[in-house]
Design a protein around this ligand. Structure first.
Ligand code: GLU
Length: 453
C-alpha cells in the first residue's frame, strides 16, 4: 500500500450528480492506481437538508458504479469491505478542538457572536496539478467566518480539518472549488499543517455549453440506473470526461483504466456531456456482454421494473429476451419491448392501426394467416413459418410476402417494429401465435382496430 490517501466528500443533496459521480470515480481510480486509500466522507453538516434518503442515494450510486471505499471512523482500513464512511455530523468534538487551536494562534477574532479568521492580504497561490499555479488577489478579501453565531463551524473549516485529520494527500475535486482553495491553504498555514496536493478537475458542460446543473436531463446518476444502462458503460464514459487514455481509445476494461490513470493526464479544458455518445457506448457494452451477465442483468432489471415478467414460462421468457436483446440497448427498451408478451390483452399502436389494420382486406388476410400457421405441425420454427408466409401471400395473390409479414407482426405484438419476426414467433410457439392472431381478427371484425379507437 502506498501512502496516497484521497477522498470523495459529497454533501447529501438528494441526488448524486454526474459531476459528483465523476469526482468519486477519479478519486477511486487514483487510489486504486497507486495502491492507496479511498475515503468516503459525507459532508452532512447542513442539518436542514440532511436525510437518510439523501445519504442512501450516494451509497447506491457508488455501489452501482462499483466504487468501494476503504475506511471507517475507527480508522482501520478495510480491504474494500466498505467500512465507514465518515460523517461530518459525528465529528463535532474534532472541529471544536481545531477551533481552539486556531483561536490560540491569535489569527481569529469574535464579531457579532461569530468567530472570524483573519485572511492574509498577500496573494493566495494555489499550486494545482491540473490548473497549474493560480494566483488569487486577496487585497479585498474579507475575513472568513469559521464559526457561525449559532456555534456551527462552516464548510471551509470542516473540509480543511477533515482533510488534515484524515491525512489526505491529494484533494481531487471539481473546478468549482478552485476559488475556495486559497482560503483553505490559509487555514492549513495558520495551523502549521502540511498542505495536500490539489487537482481540480474540469467542469462538465451540458449540451448548451453551460455548466451541467441539477436541472439538466440526465444530470442524476440514478437516471441511468433507472433507464437500464450498464454501470460498466456509464463508468467507462465518465472516465472520458476529463481524462483520456490516449491514442483515440475509448472503450477500455476497468483494470486497464486503473493501470493507466495518472493525474498528469487530466485535461485542463471543460468536458462536454454527450448523451448520444453515452447511449452509443452503452450499446457497445450491451452487445459484447456475456450471455450469463445479460441473463443476470435482465433478471434484476425486470424484477424491479416488470414484476409480471416472472409469470412467463422460463423458456419463453429467456427466448424473448434473447430475440429482443439483439435490437435494443438499454434495460428500459428491453422492458418496453417485452410488454406485448406480458399480457394477452395487449394494445395496438396507432401506427399499426394506420399502416396495417386500416387496409380493408386485413380481416380476410388475418384469417388466412391464422389458418396457414395452424396447418404447420410439430416443426413450428423460423423456416416453416417463413415458408407458410410465402404460401399465404401466393394464395392471396400478393406478389411478395411483405404485407403478410407486417400484418402478422402487428397482430401478434400490436406494433409495427419489434424483434426479428420468425425467431420471435418460434419462441412464442404455435399455440400462442395462433391465439393472438385469433384475438386480433375478432377485434378487427368487431371494428375495434380503427385508427383512433
Ligand atoms: N462537500 C463538497 C461538495 O459536495 C465537497 C468539497 C470537496 O470535495 O472538497 O461540493
Amino acid at each position: 500500500m502506498s501512502n496516497v490517501r484521497v477522498r470523495f466528500a459529497p454533501s447529501p443533496t438528494g441526488l448524486l450528480h454526474i459531476g459528483g459521480a465523476r469526482t468519486a470515480l477519479f478519486n477511486w481510480l487514483y487510489a486504486r492506481h497507486m495502491g492507496g486509500t479511498f475515503v468516503l466522507r459525507v459532508e452532512d453538516t447542513d442539518q436542514s437538508r440532511n436525510s437518510q434518503e439523501a445519504v442512501d442515494v450516494i451509497f447506491r450510486g457508488m455501489r452501482w458504479l462499483g466504487l468501494d471505499w476503504d475506511e471507517g471512523p475507527d480508522g482501520k482500513g478495510g480491504a474494500h469491505g466498505e467500512k465507514g464512511p465518515y460523517f461530518q455530523s459525528q465529528r463535532g468534538a474534532i472541529y471544536a478542538k481545531y477551533l481552539e487551536k486556531l483561536r490560540a494562534t491569535g489569527k481569529t477574532y469574535e464579531e457579532g457572536g461569530a468567530l472570524k479568521f483573519k485572511m492574509p492580504k498577500t496573494p493566495g497561490i494555489v499550486k494545482d496539478l491540473v490548473c497549474g499555479d493560480v494566483t488569487f488577489d486577496r487585497t479585498m478579501e474579507p475575513d472568513l467566518v469559521i464559526r457561525r453565531k449559532d456555534g456551527s463551524p462552516v464548510f471551509h473549516l470542516v473540509n480543511v480539518i477533515d482533510d488534515l485529520e484524515m491525512g489526505i494527500t491529494h484533494v481531487i475535486r471539481g473546478e468549482d472549488h478552485l476559488s475556495n482553495t486559497h482560503k483553505h491553504i490559509a487555514l492549513y498555514e495558520a495551523l502549521g499543517a502540511p498542505i495536500p496536493q490539489f487537482a481540480h478537475i474540469p467542469l462538465i458542460l451540458n449540451k448548451g455549453g453551460s455548466k451541467m446543473s441539477k436541472r439538466d436531463d440526465g444530470a442524476a446518476l440514478s437516471f441511468y440506473e433507472d433507464a437500464g444502462y450498464l454501470p460498466e458503460a456509464v463508468r467507462n464514459y465518465l472516465c472520458l470526461l476529463g481524462w483520456s487514455p490516449g491514442e483515440n481509445e475509448e472503450i477500455l476494461p476497468l483494470e486497464e483504466i486503473v493501470k493507466r490513470f495518472e493525474l498528469k493526464d487530466l485535461n485542463r479544458s471543460n468536458a462536454r456531456f454527450d448523451a448520444a455518445k453515452l447511449f452509443w457506448m452503452n450499446g457497445e457494452y450491451w452487445r459484447s456482454m456475456k450471455d450469463s451477465d445479460f441473463t443476470q442483468f435482465a433478471g434484476s432489471f425486470l424484477e424491479k421494473n416488470r414484476p409480471a415478467a416472472s409469470a412467463l414460462p422460463e423458456p419463453i421468457r429467456q427466448g424473448l429476451l434473447r430475440v429482443i436483446r439483439e435490437k435494443i440497448r438499454t434495460g428500459k427498451e428491453m422492458a418496453e419491448w417485452l410488454d406485448p408478451y406480458l399480457t394477452e390483452d395487449y394494445p395496438y399502436s396507432l401506427e399499426a392501426r394506420k399502416k396495417q389494420f386500416s387496409v380493408p382486406d386485413s380481416g380476410k388476410l388475418l384469417q388466412s394467416i391464422e389458418q396457414g400457421l395452424q396447418t404447420i405441425g410439430e416443426d413450428f420454427n423460423d423456416a416453416s413459418v417463413e415458408l407458410a408466409c410465402k404460401k399465404i401471400a401466393e394464395e392471396n395473390q400478393l406478389p411478395k410476402p411483405a404485407r403478410v409479414i407486417h400484418l402478422l407482426r402487428c397482430a401478434v405484438s400490436g406494433h409495427t417494429v419489434g424483434p426479428s419476426l420468425f425467431p420471435l414467433l418460434t419462441v412464442l410457439g404455435k399455440t400462442r401465435v395462433v391465439a393472438r392472431l385469433h384475438r386480433t381478427r375478432s377485434l378487427w371484425e368487431a371494428g375495434k382496430l380503427g385508427e383512433t379507437s
